[in-house]
Design a protein around this ligand. Structure first.
Ligand code: FES
Length: 178
């Protein structure tokens, strides 16, 4: 089930993916919302088992949210403009200096995978808001750019990275690296 957010100030959708594109590794295809079901697959996911995510349905410019280890994980299919914005950044100007290249997989620069929790006090930032082609945290005004790096507000650090690997060009596994 995929549900678009209610009215957002941008024209692109932010998708919540609770199932369909996501399956616990090694499990059969899951066709119902996993996080609200008390089934073994949900338990495995809640316990931190790796999850596979199908990237194919995520259009360029869209972001989805999945859950892994009880945390929201943002998966962004970045546009060329968002990638360029992230890469044309003076690292000296960053509070938590990190290049975009350090935050994505080489050859898959269009995909950004980060923990969707503000590093200030733990709110969930909103995508496609703020001044940096990334996220805005409504709680106290922190802003993150298209690489998930903090650019404004009280947050002390970038959105955290997640261990993941590509199984193919259109599928990743979160929680497991080669
Ligand atoms: S929790 Fe995000 S700015 Fe405070």
């Amino acid at each position: 089930m995929t549900t678009a957010l209610p009215a957002t100030p941008t024209r692109r959708d932010f998708l919540f993916v609770a199932t369909g594109a996501v399956a616990a590794v090694g499990a059969a295809a899951v066709t119902w919302p996993f996080i609200s079901q008390l089934n073994p697959d949900a338990s495995a996911v809640a316990a931190g088992a790796p999850i596979e995510v199908d990237l194919a349905p995520i259009a360029e410019g869209q972001s989805i949210k999945v859950f892994w280890r009880g945390q929201p994980i943002f998966i962004n299919h970045r546009t060329p403009e968002e990638i360029a914005f992230a890469r044309n950044t003076d690292l000296q100007s960053l509070r938590d200096p990190q290049s975009d290249e350090q935050r994505v997989k080489a050859g898959h620069e269009q995909w950004l995978v980060v923990v969707g929790i503000c590093t200030h006090l733990g709110c969930i930032p909103t995508y496609h808001q703020g001044d940096y082609q990334g996220w805005f945290c409504q709680c106290h005004g922190s802003q993150y750019d298209s690489s998930g790096r903090v650019r404004a507000g009280p947050a002390p650090a970038n959105l955290a990275l997640v261990p993941y690997d590509f199984l193919s060009d259109s599928k990743i596994v979160i929680g497991q690296t080669a």
